[in-house]
Write a protein that binds this ligand. Sequence first.
Ligand code: IVH
Length: 704
Amino acid sequence: MQDRPQVDTLSEAEARAELADLAARLTAANSAYHQKDAPDLSDAEYDALKMRNAALEAAFPHLKRADSPSDQVGAAPADGFTKVAHAQRMLSLGNAFSPEDVQDFDDRIRKYLGLTADTPLAYTAEPKIDGLSLSLRYEDGVLVQAATRGDGQVGENVTANARTITDIPQNIDGAPDLLEVRGEVYMSHADFDALNLRQAEAGAKAFANPRNAAAGSLRQLDASITRARPLKFFAYAWGVLSKPLAEGQMAALERLAGFGFSTNPLTKLCQTPEDMLAHYAEIEQQRASLGYDIDGVVYKVDNLALQARLGFRSTTPRWAVAHKFPAELAWTRLEGIDIQVGRTGALSPVARLHPVTVGGVVVSNATLHNEDYIAGRDAKGGEIRGGKDIRVGDWVQVYRAGDVIPKIADLDLSKRPESTERFAFPQTCPECGSAAIREEGDAVRRCTGGLICPAQAVEKLKHFVARGAFDIEGLGAKQVEQFYRDGWIAEPGDIFTLKARYGRGLQQLKNREGWGEKSAENLFDAIEEKRRIGFARVLFSLGIRHVGEAASNLLARSYGDWASFSAAMDAAEEGSEAWETLLGIDGVGAVMARALTTAFAQEAERASIDRLTAHLEIIDAERPSASSPVAGKTVVFTGTLEKMTRAEAKARAESLGAKVSGSVSARTDILVAGPGAGSKAKKAAELEITVLDEDGWLALIEGA
Ligand code: IVH
């Protein structure tokens, strides 16, 4: 990204801070996109953040966070639908943005498999459909279940809704006994336009784009609404199978077509990266006339046996990549800059734009990141956009790919009106007037008002009741704002005294606008239900900076119970034994540790936490258990491996929970020794460590 400094010029502290910022932004974006069907970042911006995160993690592997966005697909499923655990995870795709990236993809695969540059290696190339993925399970040829991706592990059961889609066969002949077909649900441009017309006539809200319309239509609790929405489906992949479909991707797609599925007609078998790029250009040319949205081209290794060997990274397959189309651009006038104050006090500038259509969607807001971005500087003080600062009144270039809140890429100085002024970024919080300060190494200016700042307090409360945190039914962002404004709740603990204070006879609550007896009663019940709650959720709900859902889980598993944890936080003064223990947790860095100890040491915040936990029964966290025969074991590979490259062996072992080390020591559990093994085999024999040959190792992990 042009507005961020080169990774290799960053200090550790800067990298750590940026990784934290990226994790927070990407988590929020995932939730906005997957759960609310209302994306708040453009695809291009999202991809750029993910790439930046990956680059930082590659340069500073030890700083990779427990809640690293690289390990997350999508977001946890929304409430209302029953949940379906996917028999095989539904994954995301890595991205390529340039011909070089595509060449790198081919190089990486050859290296991993140990193939020379001239070994033939075919790939399929097909459009990347901009919809939402769906997994269809057929037993004995009968559709029995349809599930959305959710977080990749657990999705939403949308079987009744999927049955209304005519592209999805209910019965198929000649299929394997067990067949999971995966593909994309989408809405054509014509159907999208007609739907929005109907929405307007009915006085309902228009959908921002076909993807949102498709997602909103599929995820209807009432399937008759889905039936009235013309959804389509392309099959492009599969999950669990009782019998392989074919030997190659292309042939497998032909089988799916034979079962009655629509497969994309622009799918082509390519022999070289040059062929793939030529087909990309062909698809890009046809993009505008396809009648449905696509946002790139997906390349997949055709040979399915090689796909199996290549396997997966944490959230993406090694054997496929999405080559994205460049983002769309438009010019408009910047009418104002607003400052929003977030949960952690961050002051975020938002551009208010004269509405402009970018790739079919009307845009009137864009993110401006931070004060340096507005000033035309990166975090190191270097120039971005040639040093041009952004001013209210400027003619600006808006940048988006498929979704709603975009960013400003550039501006045209020749169109700057006279008498504009540099934007003066506020030095005090616009909400509470407290000083807003910028700490060294932080790109963001923050309000120092803490709990006295109404914006922070409300955002904290909203976070507290959000999904993944307390998730109290009937108490969403809107209700929290109302209760806060009226002085009914000021901090999380107040929620648990709401009934005692205002529920008597339900008189007060039910007399309020929007509340009846039933809804008031339901709310109090929902609150009661959450008095007993898991440790990780409590921690996550506090909204402590750098402590996201994954980190909360990690900390909960490490400390087990709340009392031990809070005692440890009290004792964890920097440099103390408790501090070292905290830092010793794999996935906890100094930034997170400091954020935690600060939150617990800060008097007002600590008192507020204690007032909350006094109302709760906090359930202890479960300690992790080993699931594969090599989980938790330390493995060393030595000598020549004949059935796989070293990289492949290492990745497979790690995916099964083993730790791969380069040298034999007393801590080694297994040595896998191929022909030519030398000193390591000798040392292992001396230390009486289990030694396996390659076949022995494969037998051990088979089926794991
Ligand atoms: S293959 C193991 N093929 O893009 C990965 N995905 O960004 C299997 N998508 O989650 C996915 N068109 O929802 C594949 N032709 C295509 C696709 C496609 C759209 C979606 C899919 C996936 C997402 C990743």
